[in-house]
Each structure stands twice: as C-alpha cells, then as structure tokens.
Design a protein around this ligand. Structure first.
Ligand SMILES: Cc1cc2nc3c(=O)[nH]c(=O)nc-3n(C[C@H](O)[C@H](O)[C@H](O)COP(=O)(O)OP(=O)(O)OC[C@H]3O[C@@H](n4cnc5c(N)ncnc54)[C@H](O)[C@@H]3O)c2cc1C
Length: 362
C-alpha cells in the first residue's frame, strides 16, 4: 500500500494550494480528486489574489489561462445609484473574472508538476495526516462527527448566459444590486459568457419563484442595473440553486486531521473572499501540518485559532455591510441581516460518526 506524509481530500483551490505548498516543503502528498459533476461557483478574484498566486508560484500559468481582467466593482447598495470602486489604485493591481474550471485544472496540473500524487477517493493508502479540503461538504470532518455552525439560509440562484451572435460586451466591472428581497450580481466570464446570480433566503417566496426559469426571468427583469447587462446575451440552461450562507466547523482539527478552505469556513459570496481565503488557508494548513510532523505541538492549535479569529472578524464585517442597506426595514431578508451573527447561528444536525474513515482520531 503506498504511504504518504499527508493525504488531502478535495482538489479545489484549498486542496491544491495545500498540496503544492506541502510538496515544496519536501513532503510526500496524495491529493484525492473527485468531481461533484456540478459547476463550481466562484469566478471573481479580488486584486489581493494576485499576491497569493505569486506566493504559491502559479502566477505564470495563471496568466496564460485567458482569464479576464476586472477593473473594479459598481454597486447600488443603500440607494439606487451605482457607485464604483476602482481597482486600478489598489496596490495589487486589477482583479479577475476567471474561467473557474480552467483555473482549478491549472492548480491540479501545478500540483502534479510539484510531485503530488493525484488519485480518486477509495484507493488504499496510508498517510500520517489527512486534510479535509472537500468544500462545504466537509466530508472528513463530518465523518469524524464534527458539527457545522451555519449562519442564515442565504441561497444563490446562478444563471449562465452566452453572447448573441455578433454582439459585443466591453464591460470589465462586477455589478452588484440590492433589491427588496435580496441582492443580485453579474459579471462577464471568459469565452463570451456572463453570469447572473440572485441571492435570497432559502425559504422565501422569491426563492420559490427563482427555482423556475420564468420566475427567475421575472425577478431579473425587475432589476435596474443587472438586467441591462444581459440584453446582448441568451440564457444557457436553467438556474442552479446552491447554498451561499456563511458556515464553519465547530472543531477545525483533530489528532491527525485538519480542515482548510470552505470545508473549514465558508464565506458569503458578498465578501468575494472564497477562493482567496481557500488558497490562503490551504497554504497555512500545509505549513501547520509540516511543522506538526516535525514535532511542533503548537502548530495545529495556532492554525485553528488564526482561522477562528479571522472568521469572527469576517462575520462582524458581513453584518456591517448588510446593515448599510436600510431601504427596506420591513423586508424579512434585510430585517434579519442587520442582527448579530449569533442570532443567525445554528448547528447542523448530528452526523454519523460510524461513517468515519481511517485516520479520524480526536
Ligand atoms: C454562489 C457562489 C458564488 C461564489 N462566488 C465567488 C466569487 O466570485 N469569488 C470567490 O472568490 N469565491 C466565490 N465563492 C466561494 C468559492 O466558490 C469557494 O470559496 C471556493 O470554491 C472554496 O474552495 P475550496 O477548495 O475550499 O472548495 P471547493 O472549491 O468546493 O473544492 C472542493 C473540492 O472537493 C471535491 N470533493 C467533494 N467531496 C469529495 C470527496 N469525498 N473526495 C474527494 N474530493 C471531494 C469537490 O469536487 C471539489 O473539487 C462563491 C460561492 C458561491 C456558493
């Protein structure tokens, strides 16, 4: 049976970043990759991601990936007027609108080039550490009986569009618009495509409407700033619903496992933090595991408390951002958004610890 220092479940941004970093620290790494069969959400990279991609040593292949530059955000939040944030004055330069599957493929190729072994889950192996990078599913942590705390029921309804023949779209900004029942987001994607996403609470009346194509189009047509961006496009497929609320594991590590990326802590997409936070936590988790294997007993607790402190700070920033929208005090969506994170916090139901894979002690 092949033996590794570290096995990583999940080959998204967190898992690949963790694998690349561990391999460069001289560790033998197995990266277990299993596609979910659904498109991965997330295509906006803020300027700060440039620094992370450079630190991970993947800037050159990233730049060859044909991703689109994003020069800023414009948002109608708090009132009906669009306000712009220009990235050009940011110290890290402009952000990006990426082709997400090409981005993840590039990271997996870089991991393989760094010496990481890639395989499917289910192959027999031995490893001294297991890192859970399986996204919101947090497969390893849940199998170890660890529960997840969720904050609210924010749900995303994503629709993909393609540019009509001979049409052009020079827009290089991300547009965000608050509406009475939630908020919208649109951005161009590489390859003549555009995305629109509607965010609302899972059990709201408009969530029921958005699950249906014609309902989604009615809601979209009511927007003032998002709908005009889609006039030159036609929709591909039907809207897809997915969870978008903040959530985090109650325990981020055990005796021989730890979690990184969305598996550990998932962010509300309003923050644009997801992919960058996944890469950063993957790299930090790698350093913590490496130091722990060298005998440093503070490495894993240090990683866990760094993650927790960042999450608390983020939760309060998130509430402050939502509280800046005061136009609809009677809307259930906005009324609950202004409350403290503790108000929204709930435990997910118990998991079945008997499903724990080998290596789930503590
Ligand atoms: C609607 C929406 C929009 C978003 N928009 C943005 C955005 O614009 N910008 C941004 O930065 N972030 C965005 N995010 C967040 C972003 O998608 C995530 O933060 C990011 O993908 C997390 O990376 P990860 O590697 O932790 O997890 P993931 O990207 O979820 O990767 C997990 C991987 O694990 C695999 N996996 C699952 N189960 C198993 C298993 N049992 N064994 C092996 N592998 C397994 C999955 O197939 C996947 O490849 C958005 C999120 C949502 C919901």
């Amino acid at each position: 049976m092949p033996a590794f220092d570290v096995a990583i479940a999940g080959a998204g941004p967190a898992g690949t970043a963790c694998a690349i970093q561990l391999a460069r620290l001289g560790r033998s790494v197995l990266l277990l990759h299993q596609a979910t069969g659904r498109p991965q959400p997330g295509e906006a990279l803020p300027p700060a991601a440039n620094r992370l991609l450079r630190e991970l040593g993947v800037m050159e292949p990233f730049l060859a990936g044909g991703h689109l530059p994003c020069f800023g955000n414009q948002s109608a939040w708090g009132d009906d007027h669009l306000r712009s944030t220009d990235f050009l004055s940011a110290p890290d330069g402009h952000g990006w609108h990426i082709d997400r599957s090409r981005f993840d493929d590039m990271l997996r190729r870089e991991a393989a080039a760094a010496g990481v072994a890639l395989d499917r889950p289910g192959v027999p192996y031995q490893a001294r550490w297991l890192v859970d990078c399986t996204g919101r599913a947090a497969v390893v942590a849940r199998a170890c009986g660890v529960r997840r705390r969720v904050y609210g029921t924010l749900t995303a309804f994503l629709a993909l569009f393609e540019l009509r023949h001979a049409a052009a779209d020079p827009d290089c900004l991300t547009t965000i618009e608050a509406v009475e029942t939630g908020w919208w987001y649109t951005a161009r994607l590489p390859g003549g495509r555009r995305l629109s996403v509607y965010y609302t609470d899972a059990h709201s009346r408009t969530a029921t409407l958005a699950r249906d194509v014609s309902g989604y189009e009615i809601l979209l047509a009511r927007t003032r700033h998002v709908a005009p961006h889609l006039r030159a496009y036609r929709r591909i497929g039907v809207p897809i619903a997915m969870p978008a609320h903040s959530s985090g594991l109650e325990q981020l590590a055990g005796a021989d496992w730890l979690a990184a990326g969305d598996a550990a802590i998932a962010h509300d997409p309003l923050s644009s933090l997801g992919i960058s936070a996944a890469i950063l936590s993957g790299m930090r988790a790698a350093k913590a595991v490496h130091r722990s294997l060298e005998g440093d007993q503070d490495a894993i607790p240090g990683y866990a408390s760094w993650m927790r402190a960042g999450f608390q700070q983020y939760l309060h920033q998130c509430v402050a951002h939502y509280a800046a929208e005061r136009r609809w005090p009677h809307s259930p969506f906005w009324r609950t958004r202004a409350l403290t994170p503790e108000f929204h916090s709930q435990r997910e139901p118990d998991t079945d610890p008997s499903a724990a894979p080998a290596g789930c002690a503590g």
